[in-house]
Design a binder for this molecule. Structure first.
Ligand code: GDP
Ligand code: MG
Length: 814
């Protein structure tokens, strides 16, 4: 409950005061401190301000201020005191006890991209969020909780930002979060080995004047480089306590939590508000704005006036938006313009540049006193690796080698565990076939569930291997290099090096890849990167390739694999160029991409990443794919026809088409059963849908069952394989799907696929419309249906054309 919720005559006890430091100090000086009783006396005529009585005297507060004071009822407060005594008496474990409101600390993790926020978050909350060694892994905020020393910590992991201006979507997000959620303590995570850049954000947070702790993360790297930082001294200078941590091992976390509690309880000896002094010309402007702000009590007490003033001078659009409804806004703009004009006249540069330079000056000064650089060993090995990896001559070959290795391992090494799972699945279906009595239930189990889910689950090892590679590239820092060497090439497509990271991530799954485009500042580059992402072959398409390559090209698997991925990339490049030319006008923001030092990813992080992927995959199997398989099965099973329902002319016709070999091997009963099964599938609901679409795919000689699988694949690409599994049933239940696809059908004598159709099919699957999840991501990230629709139509048409071309060419050779 907040103080503003009290009605006249009601009384509450204060538990917490939010808002920026100066505000908190002021209301505390007025007597609003924890544990004190407040009674609401009356409202002013317009409900503002409100009069309260407090320790026998009366004070008035604005509603907006009262909203930042948390209270509880007297009864609740007393109950709490009793409970506290109780715990003390029984010396029970405080972690087991329910935590009262004033012991709940809301924490926001704020810091540059890649400084270890998510690692810290995972340690504190026990969660398994993705960490990655490049910018933009965390998009949106994630929340978690933990209990420690009787306190409950609600931790929020925010996206990485370099500053708090409304420049990129992440910065805007963080700024709005800090404004709207008013966390109790901000934990500013900084990288110990790159202090200068990291402390810039800190300097802005200091302006905000909120309760804050600095986590000096990656302290191990600082130690390794033999540099010395007197962090306590630095903390004193900044007025913010500094705690060294190593987020990936958990070292220093307890110390960090203790310090957070100290700051929260206002007991920290190092906490004090400092002003980062700037040149007199700038300070003059700041002072005039602050003076004017202070006259206006309706300004939100959530931000300090100094922060607002500095941001006003910088013409920060978000702060302007915050203030523009205020009747004094015009007046403030006039002060601002006047001050900016003076700054430009006197210093010859705009306010933005001057303020940034002043802040860097402050940081350099602080570091000069506290920091001694050692021989940076890490840097050196990074430099040596970089001379090769980002070299003009070797950079590309190394990258292509890495990619090829990735696909070769995925395909070749993955085959062994895949065969074991395959054997297990066919053993199960053999058992069920033997022991269950015939009927719809057996059909559902065998053809629907095992045929569908079992057909897809075997690819788990391949997908895990692929994710191990991607995760290694991300964590080691190689991904950032790839973006770097790709920059020039990407510029030729009208994009950036930065756009390359979402593309490589797309090899895993297009959905997070599309979300990660938020690291791209330029809107048009971002849209293009989103739209070409579905052409990057995601891991859901692997089962299709593995299946068909295994069946038709067992010796060239890795080559065809790589070929398909390359085709996807070529189409993406082509599309990007076209989009840049015809749809999005040129706009270039300069390429800023830092190269983090290489780190050897911990086995723990990699295994964690793989496990979370495996879990997701299995969940998808048990959820979407199971449901889709059952639906597909039901559509192919109903309406149901038995042997007696087959019309005579259909029977005659099938009999005449049946190859002699089948007729010789099977008795009459078996033959009519086979014909009935075929009749059933053809006349089922699914059969009718498939046959309706089939003429469109006729030029590539895709059968109607193949068309059904493509339609079903719109839900998720894995479903293509499970649908093939449901529809192309063999007469021996345990027969492998790969074999079923290449053996001629016993009824028509034609095989479902031949090498040429197989390859055309793979091309079509690679390129046609993105799965539902990806389309949704496209719509959500672009904010418009237009782009989702474009993805569906353009991709499908292009897929059709290229699949046809592939088929015609393949026919010439095969
Ligand atoms: P975020 O972008 O701020 O969320 O950073 P992440 O948590 O994703 O971490 C970035 C990278 O730094 C990952 O590769 C982590 O494994 C690594 N990392 C995190 N904390 C430490 C640390 O204390 N020491 C070292 N050497 N590496 C760390
Ligand atoms: Mg993160």
């Amino acid at each position: 409950m907040r103080l503003s919720d009290l009605k006249p005559g009601e009384t509450g006890v204060i538990t917490k005061i939010l808002g920026h430091g100066a505000f908190r100090k002021r209301v505390m000086e007025m007597g609003f401190v924890k544990g004190r009783e407040v009674t609401m006396v009356l409202n002013a005529p317009l409900q503002d301000p409100v009069k309260y009585s407090l320790m026998d005297y009366e004070v008035s507060l604005r509603r907006s201020e009262a909203q930042l004071i948390e209270i509880v009822s007297i009864e609740e407060w007393e109950k709490r005191l009793e409970k506290k005594l109780h715990i003390d008496v029984e010396t029970g474990d405080p972690d087991e006890m329910p935590v009262s409101r004033d012991k709940i600390i809301n924490i926001a993790l704020v810091g540059n991209p890649n400084c270890g926020k998510t690692s810290l978050f995972n340690i504190v909350s026990g969660a398994h969020e993705r960490v990655g060694n490049y910018a933009g892994v965390t998009v949106g905020a994630k929340a978690g909780t933990m209990k420690y020393k009787g306190y409950q910590f609600n931790v929020v992991d925010l996206p990485g930002t370099y500053s708090l201006s409304a420049y990129s979507p992440e910065e805007l997000y963080v700024m709005r979060y800090l404004r709207e959620e008013t966390p109790d303590v901000i934990v500013n995570v900084v990288v110990a080995s790159n202090l200068e850049r990291n402390l810039y954000l800190t300097s802005e947070l200091i302006d905000m004047n909120r309760s804050m702790v600095i986590a000096l993360n990656m302290y191990d790297e600082l130690e390794k480089s033999k540099s010395v930082l007197e962090y306590e001294q630095l903390g004193k200078m900044l007025g913010v306590p500094v705690v060294p941590t190593k987020a990936y091992t958990g070292w220093g976390i307890d110390q960090l939590l203790d310090t957070i509690i100290e700051v929260y309880e206002l007991r920290s000896p190092h906490t004090r508000h400092i002003h980062i002094k700037m040149r007199p010309e700038v300070e003059d402007g700041v002072r005039r704005l602050v003076d004017s702000f202070k006259q206006d009590h309706s300004l939100s007490p959530k931000f300090s006036p100094r922060y607002l003033a500095i941001k006003m001078l910088e013409k920060d659009p978000e702060v302007e938006r915050m203030l523009e409804d205020n009747p004094n806004y015009k007046h403030w703009c006039a002060i601002r313009d006047n001050a900016n004009q003076k700054i430009e006249d006197l210093l010859g540069d705009d306010a933005n540049a001057i303020i940034a330079a002043e802040k860097y000056g402050f940081i350099q000064g602080a570091l000069a006193e506290t920091f001694q650089s050692g021989e940076a060993r890490e840097e050196n090995s990074t430099k040596i690796i970089d001379t090769f990896v980002t070299n003009k001559l070797f950079g590309f070959p190394i990258f292509i080698l890495v990619m090829w290795l990735m696909f070769w391992t995925t395909f070749q090494i993955g085959t062994y565990p895949m065969e074991w799972i395959e054997m297990f699945v066919s053993w199960i279906s053999g058992r069920i076939g033997q022991y269950m009595t015939d009927g719809p239930l057996k059909d559902l189990l065998l053809d629907g569930i095992i045929g569908g889910v079992g057909g897809v689950i075997v690819f788990l090892p391949n997908i895990l291997i692929l994710y191990a590679f991607i995760s290694f590239m991300e964590d080691s820092g190689y991904m950032a290099r790839v973006a770097f060497i790709m920059d020039k090439l990407m510029h030729k497509m009208g994009l950036h090096g930065k756009s390359f990271i979402p593309l490589v991530m797309g090899f895993g799954c297009n959905v997070p890849a599309i979300m990660s485009t938020r690291i791209i500042e330029s809107q048009s580059s971002r849209l293009i990167t989103i739209l070409i992402n579905p052409f990057i072959s995601c891991s859901a398409r692997i089962p299709i390739y593995v299946l068909l390559c295994g069946a038709f090209f067992p010796h060239y698997g890795a080559w065809i694999f790589t070929g398909l991925y390359v085709l996807g990339i070529v189409v993406a490049v082509f599309t990007a160029k076209m989009l840049r030319k015809f749809w999005f006008k040129e706009d270039e923001t300069p390429f800023v991409m830092e190269l983090p030092p290489y780190r050897i990813p911990t086995a723990k992080a990699t295994v964690r990443n793989m496990w979370s992927k495996a879990k997701q995959y299995l969940q998808k199997m048990g959820g979407l794919i199971l449901v889709a398989s059952v639906i597909i099965w039901a559509l192919s099973y109903f309406p149901h026809y038995g042997v007696d329902d087959v019309p005579a002319n259909y029977y005659e016709k099938s009999l005449s088409e049946m190859p002699n070999s089948t007729l010789q091997q099977s008795d009459e009963n078996k033959v009519s059963e086979m014909i009935a099964k075929e009749y059933q599938q053809e006349n089922s609901i699914l059969g009718n849908i498939g046959k309706f679409v089939q003429p469109v795919m006729e030029p590539m000689d895709f059968g109607w069952k193949t068309c059904c699988s493509l339609l079903a694949g719109c839900a998720a690409k894995e479903v293509v394989v499970s649908t093939l599994g449901v529809l192309y049933v063999g007469d021996d239940d345990a027969e492998l799907l790969a074999d079923r696809l290449k053996t001629p059908s016993k009824t028509t004598g034609e095989a479902p696929f031949n090498p040429a159709t197989a390859i055309a099919f793979m091309v079509f699957v690679l390129l046609y419309m993105p799965c539902i999840a990806s389309v949704t991501a496209v719509v959500k990230e672009t904010g418009s249906w237009k782009y989702g629709l474009f993805s569906i139509l353009y991709n499908t048409v292009l897929a059709w054309l290229l699949a046809l071309a592939t088929y015609r060419v393949a026919l010439l050779f095969m």
